[in-house]
Every structure is written in structure tokens, then in C-alpha cells.
Design a protein around this ligand. Structure first.
Ligand code: HEM
Length: 441
């Protein structure tokens, strides 16, 4: 069986360079030129891009046992350790079982009023005509929500510092690290020193939250209490280090992605007056000036379609990679052992076979009928299979409630002359933030 087709004759450093410098152009071009399974070499390692929903299902669900997250995660592990996002095998299964109850829909729904409360704080802090960095504002908001709901802690005041540390940590990641960068990471270069400082700053907040909860002693219902209880019940099975890793993972995974999704949503809305007007019509009709609450979410269907469409065009998790454990066959091609299989939300979500006029922001793509006519894995902002995002119900609820609460009072407008450029790091962020001007409705 042949290897997948691709630019194999090009020197591999040129592939790596293009992948590093302009992955958002390189990957779609690869899929366009070579089809649903394509490959290129990075050093001795074939990287295989799977670009059909059936093949993504194969990777994430049907044959997931034949793939591991693997060494690609080494850099992420330096920040997140062995938390849910990065651990594998038995450790992952055990920790996932432990955390899962805190993320069931009914549990997550109890967070609705907190989500609205914090969105209200944001909208009340804003002034008409003011220009703000919307990415920063959304990070601050989602950070406060995660701090309160999962850790019962007030962290909003620290948001500036935490945000800066997080940006520093994220900026120092490159998506595809070569063996050389991994070695360089261990040397005291300015970049690795900046990363160490950022990690220490984030650790400081996490350890403070853990200490405070231990001191309080009483069992509460938030996630951190559950993890602490599990640690006790285990007779020390979960080390302090692992507790730190889980808390850090949820703290970061629980706000960075949602903040990016919301930021892109404001950007898209500012360029789509008809869709924005329809959103306002829905909010005025359903809420009649009241604050949104859990009971309104089902009726805010257009609001949800807008959030869905925004994550199609700008998926915060824009690529996922797995290492092949034993030789695997997909679409008539051979994926050798240790090859890296990649599925990219960025590429799939803009595939004209599933989304005609893919560049156009069109929330109507997400009516129940249109959705049902599309393969499941033509849209996978939250991944799939046993590693499906544990926070998915949390993110949907938060996305809809925050959008509704803020759009009820504010329109956000782009700043003339500012070019919005997606920056594909671990998550897809607008490069340099997103300045927007606030206009009261
Ligand atoms: C729009 C928001 C979000 C997006 C787009 C997103 C996306 C994803 C994706 C794609 C994965 C799978 C990664 C992989 O398999 O390689 C994932 C995993 C994960 N996400 Fe999210 N996420 C979001 C919000 C959240 C929230 C709100 C939380 C927590 C409160 C969270 C916590 C996690 C955790 C812990 C994992 C690892 C799950 C596991 O492997 O067992 N995420 N997320």
C-alpha cells in the first residue's frame, strides 16, 4: 500500500518552514492539491493530513486506540504537566472519571447565573465610544468565570498579570517543534527564561487557590474541592504535583479557548450588519430587556448559531495531531508507525464541499436541517472520541450567555486601519489583540 501523496521531493526543512510560518495557507493548499490524505516529511517523520470527515472519525473515534498524543505534547507538558489535556492511558482515564461529574450538563447549568453576573460586570465597566482590546476583555471575563465556577476564587483582579503571563507562555510555543527547539528549550535562553517566569506567575495563582481551599477545609461543590477529596480518598494517590497539573489545565483550557471564540465572534459580527440586526431582534424579543438566564438559552437559537458559525471560521483549536502506534491504513494509503496524523479544523471547516462560499459568515448554516445534512466530523471544534473536550457544555452555555448579555447593550466596531490577522499558536488568536470601539445600543 502506498504512502499518501504530497510534496515529498521538496527538502523537508522547507515544509517545516512553511508549516511554521504560514500553516493557515500551507495546510489548505496541501489538501487542495493532494486530496483527502496528503503527507509531507519533517526530517524522517511523515506528517499526514486527514481531510475528510470519515477519516477524522477514524482518527478520533473508530481507531483512536491506535493513536497517541505522543511526544508532540512535550512543550505543552512543560506548562500543563500531566493534566487531563496532556496525560494518556490509565492516568488519563482515571483523572477523566474523577473530573467528569463536575462537567455534566446539569452541573454546568448551575453556573449560568455566575456567567451572566460576570458578563454584566464587563458591560457595566465599558463606556460609550471607548476603544478596548476585545481579546483582553474576553480573557478577563472568561478567566473570572472559570475562577469562580471551578475554583470558587475571585481572580478577575489578577487578570491583567495572568493574561500577560499566559500570552508569554503561549507565544513561546511553536506548533511544530523540531528536535533542535526542544534542546534549545532546556538552555537558559531569553525565551526559556521568559517562559519560566510566566509559568511561575501562573503557578503562584494556582497554588494560592489550592492552599486557600485546603485552609477552608469544608467540602464545597466546586471542581477543586472534588479533586482535593479524591486526593484524600486515594490515600495520596494524586500527588500535589498532579493536583497542580489538573488545576492549571482547567484554569487555562477553561478560559483561553472560549475567550478566543468570543473575540472572533465580535469581529465577525462587526462586519455583518444583517446578522447583527437579527441577533439584536432575537435578544429583544426573547429577553424584553431582562437579563438572560438558563431558561432562555433554548430560545436564543440564533445567538447559538452565530457562536457556532464563528467557531467554524475561527476554530480556537485549529489543529490536532496524534502519533501512529502501529501501521494504519486510511483511504487506500499507508500511515507508517510513528507517523504523525493531523486533522485541522481550520482546513475542514472551510472546505467548500461542506460549506459553500466557505469564507462567508453565514449563521443560517446551523439550522437543525442544514446541520443534519452534513457529516458529523465536518465540524469538530471540540475534537471527538474519548478525548472530546470535557468543557464543551460549559463553553456552549458560556458562549451564548456572554454574547446575549453583552450584545443586549453593546455594539462592537472595528478600528479603521487595523488589520485583523489570525495567529495560529496553540490556539487561534488575533495577532496583537483586537482593538474595537464600543457603541451603546
Ligand atoms: C470554545 C471553547 C473550547 C474549545 C474550542 C475547546 C477545544 C478543545 C479540543 C479540540 C479538545 C481536544 C484536544 C485533543 O483531543 O487533542 C479539548 C480538550 C479539553 N478541553 Fe476544551 N475547549 C473549549 C473550552 C473548554 C472549557 C470551557 C474547558 C473547561 C472548563 C475545557 C477543558 C478541556 C480539557 C480538560 C480537555 C482535555 C480533555 C481530555 O483529553 O480528556 N475546554 N478542548
Amino acid at each position: 500500500m502506498p504512502l499518501p501523496p504530497g510534496p515529498v521531493t521538496r527538502p523537508s526543512w522547507r515544509n517545516l518552514l512553511r508549516l511554521r510560518r504560514e500553516p493557515l495557507a500551507f495546510l489548505p493548499a496541501l489538501a487542495h492539491q493532494y486530496g483527502d490524505v496528503s503527507a509531507f516529511m519533517v526530517g524522517p517523520v511523515p506528517i499526514v493530513l486527514l481531510n475528510h470527515p470519515d477519516y477524522v472519525r477514524d482518527l478520533l473515534v473508530t481507531h483512536e486506540w491506535n493513536f497517541v498524543k505522543g511526544p508532540g505534547l512535550e512543550r505543552t507538558k512543560r506548562l500543563l504537566g500531566e493534566g487531563l489535556l496532556t496525560s494518556e492511558g490509565e492516568l488519563h482515564r482515571r483523572q477523566r472519571r474523577l473530573a467528569q461529574p463536575a462537567f455534566h450538563r446539569q452541573q454546568v447549568e448551575t453556573f449560568a447565573s455566575t456567567m451572566v453576573d460576570y458578563a454584566v460586570r464587563t458591560r457595566e465597566r465599558w463606556a460609550d465610544g471607548q476603544t478596548v482590546d476585545v481579546l483582553h476583555e474576553m480573557m478577563r471575563l472568561t478567566l473570572a468565570i472559570v475562577g469562580k465556577t471551578l475554583f470558587d476564587a475571585e481572580v478577575e483582579a489578577e487578570a491583567g498579570e495572568i493574561g500577560a503571563a499566559l500570552t508569554e507562555a503561549v507565544e513561546s510555543f511553536v506548533t511544530f517543534a523540531s528536535p533542535i527547539t526542544l534542546v534549545l528549550d532546556r538552555l537558559p535562553t531569553p525565551r526559556s527564561r521568559r517562559f519560566a517566569r510566566a509559568r511561575a506567575r501562573l503557578d503562584d495563582t494556582i497554588f494560592r487557590m489550592i492552599d486557600r481551599r485546603r485552609a477552608l477545609g469544608s467540602a464545597r461543590d466546586d471542581l477543586l474541592s472534588r479533586l482535593l477529596q479524591a486526593q484524600d480518598a486515594d490515600g495520596g494517590g494524586m500527588s500535589d504535583e498532579l493536583l497542580r497539573d489538573e488545576a492549571m489545565t482547567l484554569f487555562i483550557a477553561g478560559h483561553e479557548t472560549t475567550a478566543n471564540a468570543l473575540t472572533w465572534t465580535w469581529h465577525l459580527l462587526s462586519q455583518a450588519p444583517a446578522e447583527e440586526a437579527r441577533l439584536h431582534e432575537e435578544l429583544d424579543r426573547v429577553l424584553g430587556g431582562r437579563l438572560p438566564a438558563l431558561a432562555d438559552v433554548a430560545a436564543l437559537s440564533y445567538t447559538e448559531m452565530i457562536f457556532t458559525e464563528a467557531m467554524r471560521l475561527y476554530p480556537p483549536a485549529w489543529i490536532m495531531g496524534r502519533r501512529v502506534v502501529t501501521e494504519h491504513h486510511v483511504g487506500g494509503f499507508r500511515l507508517p508507525r510513528n507517523a504523525v496524523a493531523v486533522a485541522s479544523q481550520w482546513v475542514m471547516h472551510r472546505d467548500p464541499r461542506f460549506y459553500p462560499d466557505p469564507e462567508v459568515f453565514r449563521p443560517e448554516r446551523w439550522t437543525p436541517e442544514a446541520r443534519a445534512a452534513r457529516p458529523r466530523f465536518a465540524y469538530f471544534p471540540f475534537g471527538g472520541g474519548s478525548r472530546l473536550c470535557i468543557g464543551e457544555p460549559f463553553a456552549w452555555l458560556e458562549g451564548v450567555l456572554v454574547l446575549a448579555t453583552i450584545a443586549q447593550q453593546w455594539r462592537l466596531r472595528g478600528v479603521p486601519g487595523h488589520r485583523v490577522v489570525p495567529q495560529p499558536k496553540i490556539t487561534l488568536r488575533p495577532k496583537g489583540g483586537l482593538p474595537m470601539t464600543l457603541a451603546r445600543r
